[in-house]
Design a protein around this ligand. Structure first.
Ligand code: 5GP
Ligand code: ZN
Length: 114
């Protein structure tokens, strides 16, 4: 999609520190990390937010969570634990309107979120 920063990262129009890529998804380091490990997992297809998900996206989301598990292992945060976050819409704090999952690790997180 035109003018979407994550579509541009997926097409390599904008550079990023890619940690994983396949035909459906790309995972790269967040430009403003909130933890020692902060990776964004992004489908290459432009889906605006979790509000747009339906039955046709189930396999994509399954795939994303399988890759998140593998990335957590590869990055050595699986044993201590980690957090996966999807911000949806204004109240959820979503700032980029292309669905993405944050993988955060390397420190202890508090609850409830701010
Ligand atoms: P959201 O607030 O929508 O849940 O998350 C968007 C995330 O994208 C933020 O954590 C922000 O730091 C990150 N981000 C925004 N623009 C860029 C960029 O150009 N490159 C990278 N690597 N991350 C970005
Ligand atoms: Zn997009």
């Amino acid at each position: 999609m035109k003018d979407c920063i994550f579509c541009k990262i997926a097409s390599k129009e904008i550079p990023s520190s890619i940690v994983y890529e396949d035909d459906r998804i790309i995972a790269f380091k967040d430009i403003e990390p909130q933890a020692p490990v902060h990776i964004l997992i992004v489908p290459k297809e432009h889906i605006k937010s979790a509000n747009e998900l339906d039955e046709t996206n189930i396999e994509l989301i399954d795939h994303i969570f399988l890759i998140i598990r593998k990335l957590a292992e590869d990055l050595g945060i699986n044993e201590d634990g980690y957090r996966v976050v999807n911000n949806c819409g204004e109240y959820g704090g979503q700032s980029v309107s292309h669905i993405h999952f944050h993988l955060l690790g390397g420190r202890k997180f508090s609850w409830p979120p701010g």
